[in-house]
Design a protein around this ligand. Structure first.
Ligand code: GLV
Ligand code: MN
Ligand code: MN
Length: 417
């Protein structure tokens, strides 16, 4: 390893990194040690302001693009060189934890500060990005900020997405951007020479194998749909079954059919209905309308294609009484990360004497979209019992710092290529 990379990695400050997680966890704190910081909410704005207050003490340039992705750039010596990027997201699930997403932003920021403190200069600039709306819990789909940044989907396509309260993304976005008027404009699709994202694993593999660092080799495929079932509301006590168009009854039939479709004795396929809106949502009225989400994941391209393609025909067939509309909202094929970037991560872990292993990600990440425009890989650190998307999500200060050290060293390596 380069001497400057080792110096900077040694300057990663475990206490500071942990303290910053604690400060961020105050923004949207919920009982049980969790965090509810929905994308483009007032808590998200507070997190952005806190990050910017730390960045203001350093000599980094700050900018945001049209979907609110926030970029903090540490200059390199070559003014014409494209940056190496790192980062993750600051939004959380409604009942999320203190580490999912924010760790990658804080580890990236810690890496920049450690470089400053070690007096390290790099040829390329290094840019920390906080992606907007990675979770998709408020505005679907997930990984929206990186999707729009990389040009996979135009901004105009997502502006009218509404949350459960009927608030449009474009209005929440305008409020968010207006809250930090000092921030310069950043273009979509600005070129990058590489991207490394640090994240908690959100699964049990590292903990079970007693490894500190996961060298992430790719992400499984993911398809999302909105299913809308439309019937008729009626009196629950008087309306004979034969006259009902019960949207809940048909939704149950559809979900049962999809459960059967995705049944997998090897337990590799993932199928989730996590969001359900029932109208009028009254115990003694037959439901006229149900909107529910479908999330299906699998690591093999053929399997995720087959399962995803089966959703609409199966839903139509299963519904006996109501109209069914199926809208695909996300289609991510499985992605394989760049071998050189993964090797740089692995080499850093090895030189820093950290137990490591290669693994693939079950969760989705913005790295999936960045992999479409530049060489990309990820670093995982363990989280307790693999629990995530849950208030109980936990990680140790030592593991978080170890991941930040590997990130620092790998970024310096790539930023001098
Ligand atoms: C990201 O949070 C995902 O759903 O994998
Ligand atoms: Mn995440
Ligand atoms: Mn998440």
């Amino acid at each position: 390893m380069r001497e400057d990379a080792r110096n900077a990695a040694n300057n990663v400050n475990e206490q500071r990194l942990w303290q910053r997680h604690a400060e961020m966890a105050q923004l949207g704190a919920i009982p049980g040690n969790g965090v509810n910081r929905a994308a483009l909410s007032k808590e998200d704005i507070a997190a952005r302001k806190l990050l910017l207050s730390w960045a203001a003490k350093r000599n980094y340039s700050i900018s945001a693009d049209g979907i609110g992705n926030l970029f903090l750039r540490r200059a390199g010596t070559d003014a014409n060189a494209t940056p190496i990027m790192t980062g993750s997201h600051m939004d959380s699930q409604p009942r999320g934890g203190r580490f999912d997403g924010i760790y990658g932003v804080l580890a990236g920021f810690e890496a920049l500060e450690a470089m400053d403190e070690a007096g390290v200069v790099t040829r390329r600039p290094i840019e920390v990005v906080a992606w907007t709306n990675e979770e998709g819990g408020r505005f679907a789909p997930c990984t929206m900020g990186s999707m729009v940044f990389t040009g996979a989907r135009p901004l105009a396509d997502v502006l009218d997405v509404t949350d459960n309260e009927g608030i449009k993304l474009k209005d929440a976005l305008a409020d968010t951007l207006a809250a930090t008027p000092q921030v310069a404009k950043h273009d979509f699709k600005s070129p990058a020479a590489g991207y490394i994202e640090a994240h908690i694993e959100q699964g049990p593999l590292l903990e079970n194998a007693r490894k500190t660092i996961g060298v992430v080799t790719g992400i499984q495929g993911l398809r999302w749909f909105n299913v809308e079932v439309s019937g008729k509301t009626d009196h629950a006590g008087t309306t004979p079954l034969a006259l009902r168009k019960d949207a809940v009854r048909d939704s149950i039939a559809i979900i049962n059919a999809l459960t059967e479709l995705t049944h997998d004795p090897k337990d590799v396929t993932r199928f989730t209905v996590g969001r359900m809106l029932v109208t009028p949502n009254s115990p003694n009225s037959v439901a006229s309308h149900v909107l529910f989400s479908v999330d299906i994941r699998h690591p093999e391209p053929q399997t995720i294609a087959r399962l995803g393609d089966a959703v609409e025909p199966l839903a139509r067939k299963a519904a006996k009484f109501c109209e069914v509309k199926v809208t695909p909202t996300l289609h991510d094929d499985p992605c394989v990360f760049d071998a050189n970037v993964a090797d740089a991560v692995e080499a850093a872990a090895k030189t820093l004497n950290l137990p490591h292993m290669r693994l693939s990600s079950g969760a989705s990440h913005d790295a999936m979209y960045m992999a479409r425009i530049c060489p990309t890989a990820m670093i995982f650190v363990p989280c307790e019992k693999g629990i995530s998307h849950n208030e109980a999500e936990n990680a140790t200060p030592g593991d978080l710092a170890a991941g930040a050290r590997v990130l620092t060293a790998a970024l310096i390596e790539l930023a001098n290529r």
